[in-house]
Design a protein around this ligand. Sequence first.
Ligand code: ADP
Length: 550
Amino acid sequence: MTDNGVEVVNVPTMDYQLTVGAIARRAEALFGGRPVVARRGDGELHRTTWSAVLRRARQLARALRRLGVGPGDRVATLCWNHDRHVEAYFAIPLLGAVLHTLNLRLRPEELASIARHAEDRAVIVDASLLPLLAWFRERAGFQDVIVIGGDAAPADGLDYETLLAAETDGPLDAPEPGEWDAAAMCHTSGTTGRAKGVVYSHRALVLHSMATAMAGSFGISAADTVLAVIPMFHANAWGLPYTAALTGAALVLPGQRLDPASLLELSARERVSFSAGVPTVWLGVLERLDACPGQYDLGALRTIVIGGAAAPESLVRGLEERHGIPVLTSWGMTELAPVGTLGRLTPEGEALPTAERRALRMKAGAPGALLELRVRNEAGEVPWDGTTMGELEVRGAYVAAGYWRPEAGGGEFTADGWFRTGDIATIDGHGWLEIRDRTKDLVKSGGEWISSVALEGALMSHQAVLEAAVIAAPHPRWGERPLAAVVLREGRTATAAELLAFLGERFPRWWLPDEVVFVDAIPRTSTGKFSKSALRASLKLGGARPGGAG
Ligand code: ADP
C-alpha cells in the first residue's frame, strides 16, 4: 500500500526469457513427432522429425563447445536450405554463440569481407560449396571448417556427422543465453550499397516468430506444412524455421533444387500448405503452371507469401485467378527480422467493391504486431492519406537498433529512435503501407518523382512482357528520365511504341519512359531480386548514381 492507499503490484509475472531455447523446448515437448523433410546435397529427400533435429542440434552445440566456441562467438553457415542447416539455426544460439548465415550467391571477395567483418570463428559448409569456400577461406580466417555431406573425412575440415557422433545427448556446458543476447546475424544483401551487419537478439527472434505466426499475419499452426523457398541465408528464411518449430508446423526444405518444376513437385508431394519467397521465384512458378495446367495437385496450398520486392499485379492475379493459389503480399527488410507488413484484408477490406479491394490487396499491407510505421518528408510526418509520399520509418520489438560495427556516416536511425528504411512510401487511412520506390531507385525528372515500381508493375501486366525493370537514365534537361528494360515472353512480340501506348493509358505522359530496351534477362541480385545496379552497368549507365550507391 502506498501513502495514498493504492496497492503496488510489482511482481506481476515470471521473468521468462524469450530465447531460441524456449522455442526448442516447446517444439520438443509438444511437436517432436512432426516432420522435417529436406532435400540434401545428394538430391535425395531426407525425412526426419523436430525431435531428431533438436536432439542433433544439442549434439552440435556440444561439439562446437568442445571446439572452443563460446558465448558471443560468431559461427558462419554456408549452406542451402536443409535439415542440418536447421540444426545449426538452433545449436549456435543455444550455445550463446551467434549464427551468421553467409549468402552463397555472393562473390568470394564479398564473402571474405563479410566473414572478416563479423570475425567468424568457424564455418559450417555444405560439401558442394567447398569450391566456393576455397576462394575465400584463407582471407576469412576461419579457425574451424565443418563440412556437411561429401567424403567422411574432408582433407582440411571436420566432418559434421563425425563430430555429432562423438557427442551424447546431455546438458550443455555453457551458461544459458539471456533474451537480449545476440542469437543471429545477417548481412543485408547490399542491393543498394555495401552489405551491413544486422544482429538479432533471442528476444527479437522469438517475438518475430510470435508475430508472424499470428492469424492476421502468416497464420501458421501445427496443421501447416511450410515450404521454405526463401533461402535460409536471406534474413533467416523470414524466420520460418523458428516459426515452424514454435507452432509445430511441418517444415519442408528444397535444398538446392529451386527451379519451378522441382518446387512444384515437392509442394504437391508433401502437400505443402504455406510457402514464401521473392517475386522472381513465383514468376517462374506461374510460367510453369501456365505451361502445364493440371499437372500439379496444389489442393493443400492455402497461402503463398510474396515479398522482398514489389509483387507485380499480373503475378498475383495469375496465381489466384488461373491457379486458385491465394497470395499474401508482404514488405520487409533484413533490419526487421525481416517481416514488416502483410497484405491480409480485414473484414471491412473484404467487403469493398472488387476494384478497390484489388487495389488495396496490391499494397504492402498493415504492420505486424509490435511494429509501428510512419512516413516523413521535408515537411515532417505525412498524413495517412494514401497519396503523400515520404521516407518510411519503423520502430518495434524486432527492429535493429543499429548495425554491427557500422561504417562512419550512418544516418539510418533518427534522433527519436526510428529506423529510416530508405523506402519511399505512402500510408492510407486504414494504416496500409504502399511502397512506391526505394530512395535510390526513384526517377527524379525535372524535380518530380516517378515511381519505377508502378511502371514495372504495369509493364508486367502486358501479355507479351515476362519481366520489366525501370531505371533512371541521366538527361541533360530533366536530370533523369525513366528507361524501361523489358524481357518478352517466348513466342510473343511487342514494339516499344506498343508498350508506351499501353503505359500511356495508365500514366501521365511525362511518366512514360524515354526509351524501351529489349533484353534477354534482367540481372538478379544475390537474393533473387531484379538488380538495377547491374542493369544500369550492363546498359552502360554507370553502376552507381550520385546520391546513392545503387
Ligand atoms: P537489400 O536492401 O539489400 O535488398 P533486403 O532483403 O533487406 O536487402 O531488402 C529490403 C528492401 O526490399 C526494402 O527496403 C524494400 O526496398 C524492398 N522490398 C521488400 N519488400 C517489398 C515489397 N513488398 N514491395 C516493394 N519493395 C519491397
